[in-house]
Design a protein around this ligand. Structure first.
Ligand code: FMN
Length: 179
């Protein structure tokens, strides 16, 4: 299975990347191909709601920024993992910009599974990221929710979280539930 990780953290050695690295190692050990895109270092603007994509553009976005590098991967991959630090109770603005720019193509037709990785300072801060955002995408895209993984405070960068995310990656199969 081809897996695309969309990382919304600007910390290249941060807590979110620690979980991504563990997930990637586990998934690769099970034979999957994993590609991570660090969205926080890219030039990705917010959607300008011009509707070019839905009129003249035939699904193509009028804004020629770094989102053009992400569109092909999102449209071809089997699974997308959203990974982000919690910023004010939800995913980072950098990752949200990517998600909102999918407006042009609507649903990534090849994606069958999605997962969510979140890091925060405090516990109990995940509500909007999980329910309003992630779960809504799961239902709108009609894909399998493969799992939600969080780490806060002392759990960040811990051996326990590394093992949890490694085991999750290693457990993934091509079989899709709930589609
Ligand atoms: C702008 C900003 C907003 C944040 N908002 C929250 C928050 O609402 N709740 C929380 O628990 N932590 C919050 N944090 C802390 C980060 O979620 C936390 O430090 C996280 O582990 C960072 O992950 P990273 O190392 O991958 O960047 C915030 C940090 C920043 C920079």
């Amino acid at each position: 299975m081809n897996i695309l990780v969309l990382n919304g953290s600007p910390h290249i050695d941060g807590a979110t990347v620690h979980m991504i690295n563990a997930f990637t190692a586990g998934a690769r050990s099970a034979g999957h191909t994993v590609k991570t895109i660090n969205t926080a270092f890219m030039n990705i603007k917010g959607c300008i709601a011009c509707e070019y994509c839905h009129t003249k553009g035939n699904g193509e976005c009028v804004q020629k920024d770094d989102m053009q590098l992400i569109y092909p991967d999102m449209l071809s991959t089997d699974m997308i993992v959203f990974a982000s630090p919690i910023y004010y109770f939800t995913m980072s603005a950098q990752l949200q910009a990517v998600i909102q720019r999918t407006y042009s193509f609507d649903i990534p037709k090849n994606v069958r599974k999605v997962a969510l990785i979140l890091s925060s300072g405090s516990p109990f801060v995940y509500g909007p990221a999980i329910t309003q955002h992630f779960q809504s995408i799961v239902e709108y895209w009609d894909v399998e929710n493969a799992g939600i993984f969080t780490a806060n405070g002392a759990q960040n960068k811990s051996e326990e979280k590394y093992r949890e995310l490694y085991d999750f990656g290693r457990s993934l199969t091509d079989i899709c539930f709930g589609k």
